[in-house]
Write a protein that binds this ligand. Structure first.
Ligand code: ZN
Length: 344
């Protein structure tokens, strides 16, 4: 199916919230990892979200170029071309963009979409995240409101973050003073400012103890009930139309009962990066250890071309990551819900 347009994306988010499931939002950094997501989602009959981080974009542009926007465009163009061959919908999203990176990441991508729309072409990305969680709430929302107004003209959706997800992602580490738990008061202010600036859905990463990156199960105290408190407060204050579409960041390694509780309270998108990185690399390590004397030219031997052809282990890595995407779709209850299945 083609990459989800605005109407389809909004429909996807509504279906997820009403059906208490969430889309896997998987970080990709290459054609192979993007293909893995499309394959895993298709085998799950799940729609989903493919996302690119600032670091992922820089990597995709080549280590000699390191242009985060250029690499993100390249990945997005690849996905636009191949997505039509898969029986599911994906939206294209960009992950965390801190205030100091707007000018070199999100804004050039928005300009690219604006150019494409002026030429009668589809949007490049479907949505972008602005992460102003390091700023005081008011400054965070001042920037978010400006983006929301600009995005509306191009049918782009905005994701924002209040509070701060702990841990480290893409080389950016949350500070020790970070607010790991969002308050209903904060989210009421988010709703007030965002709803005054437009009608389109927006995605909100509210924090409830989540941590980016690697940690052992049990070391993180997730409190999904915070999400319920925020939903109850906003619906009471501003009505059902103000109900949030939540995003779960830093979910790798979370306990399943916490994930399911979060889905019950309106999480519609769950970012999965670390576990995907591991699934990909695990398959390559397995290949190299098992076929050591084929991958390497040992003791004057010539190795085995079949073993060191990068396609061999990258295909295994693609399948391993696709399998991890399938597990995510099952855990997030999105498996079997693809729009294309219900459309007549
Ligand atoms: Zn995140």
């Amino acid at each position: 199916m083609p990459v989800a347009d605005y109407t389809t994306y909004c429909h996807m988010l509504d279906r997820a919230r009403a059906g208490k499931f969430a889309y896997p939002a998987v970080n990709v950094t290459s054609m192979t990892t993007a293909n893995a997501v499309l394959k895993g989602l298709s085998e799950s009959r799940s729609d989903g979200i493919i996302q690119v981080s600032t670091g992922g974009g820089a990597f995709a542009s080549g280590t000699a170029v390191k242009d985060m926007a250029l690499g993100a465009i390249s990945i997005a163009e690849h996905v636009h071309r191949v997505a039509a061959r898969y029986p599911i919908h994906v939206a294209l999203h960009t992950d965390h963009c801190q205030p100091d990176k707007l000018k070199t990441f999100v804004l050039p991508l928005v300009e690219e979409t604006e150019r494409r729309r002026a030429a009668g072409l589809p949007n490049l990305f479907s949505s972008h995240m602005f992460d102003g969680s390091s700023l005081p709430l008011r400054e965070n929302l001042d920037i978010a409101v400006g983006l929301r107004e600009r995005f509306a003209k191009s049918e782009l959706l905005l994701e924002i973050e209040v509070g701060a997800v702990g841990g480290e992602e893409d080389g950016v580490r949350a500070t020790g003073a970070a607010k790991l738990y969002t308050t209903p008061e904060d989210t009421l202010e988010v709703a007030r400012r965002m709803n005054a600036a437009g009608n389109a859905p927006y995605l909100l990463a509210a924090t409830f103890g989540n941590v980016h990156g690697v940690y052992k199960p049990g070391s993180v105290k997730l409190k999904p009930s915070i999400l319920k408190d925020c939903q109850d407060a906003v619906v009471k204050a501003a009505g059902e139309s103000a109900r949030f579409y939540f995003v779960f960041h830093g979910g790798s390694g979370s306990e399943l009962h916490d994930i399911h509780e979060a889905l019950d309270y309106g999480v519609v998108k769950m970012n999965v990066d670390t576990d995907m990185q591991y699934a990909f690399t695990r398959a390559i390590a397995d290949h190299c250890f098992k076929k050591y004397d084929g991958v390497m030219r040992v003791d004057g031997e010539v190795g085995d071309k079949k073993a060191y052809d990068p396609r061999t282990y990258l295909a295994a890595a693609e399948q391993s990551m696709a399998d991890r995407v399938k597990r995510a779709a099952a855990e997030l209850r999105s498996a079997g819900t693809a729009l294309a299945l219900v459309k007549t």
